[in-house]
Write a protein that binds this ligand. Structure first.
Ligand SMILES: [Ca+2]
Ligand SMILES: [Ca+2]
Ligand SMILES: [Ca+2]
Length: 254
């Protein structure tokens, strides 16, 4: 086979592989196919007012946090005692930190929002909800994630050792790709969380989830403003077919 034909064939194969890889990469844009991939990624229940919650956006799009609320149910209550409406925008792959306004300066340094409300001390269920508009104009609350069990008082904490909800920091395992939307079943923090000693603040402000590698997050942001996947793939496939044809014709005429 002439060298030029060989090179043309090689180039067309590379183009084809590139287009297929593009499809595979974009299948992993977010942790989930819907915004259920927005969930608590860190929980700090430390000494005095050292209370913080970190929320992670594993979804492939930025979300408006004014539609989100954190609700806290004290000591087995079935109705929320504290409701905090969040504010701002949360981009894909980023976290939002909500903290007690009297927390340690290390927490406040990474806090996106502070609250003067009573928060939690170990036996309080915490829920992340989104207010979603329906087609008929009404709104519904969609539960994204629950720490603890709503309507149940565990006494002082859920879990044991460092992996408990009192006097500890809990960090969501990187393998978790969506929140625990069921607030009524039993809660065992060790299933989805890693535990750290009291007043561990170093993990606040970032989160690693294996379902949303950083490189892919940036790729998604670019893809949102450029041509759609379908357009890119069609062009790539078209180009590879043309190159194949060119190589075939060249071979025939040679
Ligand atoms: Ca309590
Ligand atoms: Ca649950
Ligand atoms: Ca974190």
């Amino acid at each position: 086979m002439p060298r030029k034909t060989y090179l043309l064939l090689l180039f067309s194969i590379v183009t084809l592989i590139t287009s297929v890889t593009h499809v595979n990469t974009h299948a992993q844009d977010g942790c989930g196919s819907d915004d259920g991939a927005i969930f608590f990624s860190e929980y700090v229940e430390g000494s005095s007012n050292n209370k913080a919650l970190e929320i992670f956006n594993g979804y492939g799009q930025a979300v408006n946090l004014s539609n989100f609320k954190v609700r806290i149910y004290f000591n087995g209550n079935s109705n929320p005692n504290t409701t905090i409406t969040l504010s701002g925008t949360l981009n894909p792959g980023e976290v939002f930190v909500l903290a007690d306004d009297g927390a340690d300066s290390a927490i406040l340094a990474v806090a996106d929002q502070t609250s003067t409300a009573s928060l939690f001390n170990g036996n309080d269920a915490i829920e992340l909800i989104q207010i979603t508009s329906q087609q008929d104009g009404t709104t519904i609350n969609v539960t994204h994630d629950v720490i603890g069990q709503i309507g149940y008082d565990p006494g002082s904490e859920w879990g044991s050792g460092n992996t408990s909800t009192k006097d500890n920091t809990l960090r969501r395992k990187s393998s978790v790709s969506s929140g625990d939307s069921n607030g009524s079943d039993t809660f065992d923090p060790s299933v989805e969380w890693d535990g750290y000693p009291k007043d561990t603040f170093g993990g606040l402000g970032s989160h690693t989830a294996t379902c949303i590698p950083t490189a892919v997050t940036f790729g998604k942001l670019k893809a949102n403003t450029g041509p759609s996947n379908a357009v890119i793939i069609t062009l790539m496939l078209g180009l590879s077919i043309l190159l194949f044809l060119g190589a075939w014709l060249r071979r025939k005429t040679n």
